[in-house]
Design a protein around this ligand. Structure first.
Ligand code: MN
Length: 342
């Protein structure tokens, strides 16, 4: 058994109350991983507690148990487990709430699968950040299998949901042969994959006003660098009006990537307080997302990443710097140019 797995088991075994933490950008992987751990830890006779500083977005409400996630840390706990994030950048709300010291005062385990990570969680006792894994749920599955621990059908449903979420239904580069094997094991164990897919699809339908808004986003999209980089900007008023109904990024980004010639799609969001965020997605063959994000103090995978800037720099400047750096990274991928593999 792997030494870190042993250490995790020892910490969990000694603890009674365990906080399971998601970062400020919850998704199907973080919530699925948190709910799977809640189930497993509960079966061990422990008291799990789910925490995330932000509301669970509506499209995740198909995951039964989403409403058990609390926005405050409990007054007592023995250890914490952070899922699907290993950078402090994603814990801004926790840092601002003054509760970070409280979290840091107890042992902390980090389970993640992101390639490039800056600003590591300084108080983590054990960090497993395995970029070979399609999702944090897959990592949890492998850890439990390594420990020879039984995984309930409920936990397996959550794990499968986490894998389907991050791999976009097993379709993107994160899905490895091992991912397919694990999916097959879970189907053999009785997980109903088509049922999970139907649930997800039902709740990811868009309201009619979002359908109309999509046309506006398409209209506002721009192509740069000979049509290889697509961008769109979502300003604060649109965030206020539409984000509670549907996340503008996923609404438009796949269509940008489905446009001939486009290699990279970037959705910028601009906030009234000067903050700028970017969600970056790349097409196969153009794995620049992690490098591009880390240049702007963000992080992520080769094909999916993001960054946040709040340094007083004007949005137009951030955007043009980002397009220029993305163009450089794409140029380095051209045959004959020096391409350092990442
Ligand atoms: Mn993930």
């Amino acid at each position: 058994m792997n030494k870190q797995t042993e250490q995790i088991y020892a910490l969990v075994k000694e603890a009674t109350k365990i906080v399971i933490i998601q970062a400020d950008n919850p998704d199907a992987d973080s919530l699925g991983s948190a709910l799977a751990l809640e189930d497993i830890i509960g079966d061990m006779g422990k008291q799990p507690y789910l925490y995330c500083a932000v509301d669970m977005p509506g499209y995740l409400h198909y995951l039964k148990g989403w409403d058990r996630v609390q926005k405050d840390l409990p007054s007592t706990f023995d250890i914490s487990i952070i899922v699907d994030a290993s950078t402090m950048t994603l814990f801004e709300r926790l840092a601002n709430s003054g509760q970070q010291g409280w979290l840091a005062s107890r042992p902390c385990i980090v389970l993640d699968h992101h390639d490039t990570v800056d600003n590591l969680i300084p108080f983590a006792n054990i960090t497993i950040n395995d970029s070979k894994r399609a999702s944090t749920g897959e990592l949890i599955y492998v850890i439990l299998r390594d420990l020879k621990m039984p995984i309930s059908l409920t936990a397996q449903e959550y794990i499968m949901t986490s894998i389907l979420g991050d791999t976009q239904g097993l379709s993107n580069q994160l899905a490895s042969s091992e991912t397919y094997r694990i999916m097959a094991e879970m189907i053999d164990a009785g997980v109903d994959r088509p049922k999970l897919e139907d649930l997800r699809r039902e709740l990811s339908k868009m309201p009619p006003e979002i359908f109309k808004y999509k046309a506006l986003l398409i209209d506002h999209s721009e192509l740069h660098n000979d049509g290889t980089i697509a961008t769109v900007t979502v300003p604060q008023p649109e965030i206020n009006k539409f984000s509670p109904l549907y996340n503008p990024g996923p609404l438009i980004q796949n269509d940008m990537l489905q446009t001939l010639g486009v290699k990279v799609a970037i959705v910028f969001k601009t906030y009234d307080d000067g903050r700028v965020t970017a969600a970056i997605r790349c097409n196969p063959g153009s794995p620049i997302a992690a490098d591009l994000a880390s240049h702007f103090d963000g992080g992520g995978h080769e094909y999916a990443s993001g960054f946040k800037q709040q340094n007083g720099k004007a949005y137009d400047q951030i955007k043009s710097d980002c397009i220029a750096y993305a163009s450089d990274l794409l140029a380095k991928l051209e045959p004959g140019n020096n391409h350092e593999t990442i």
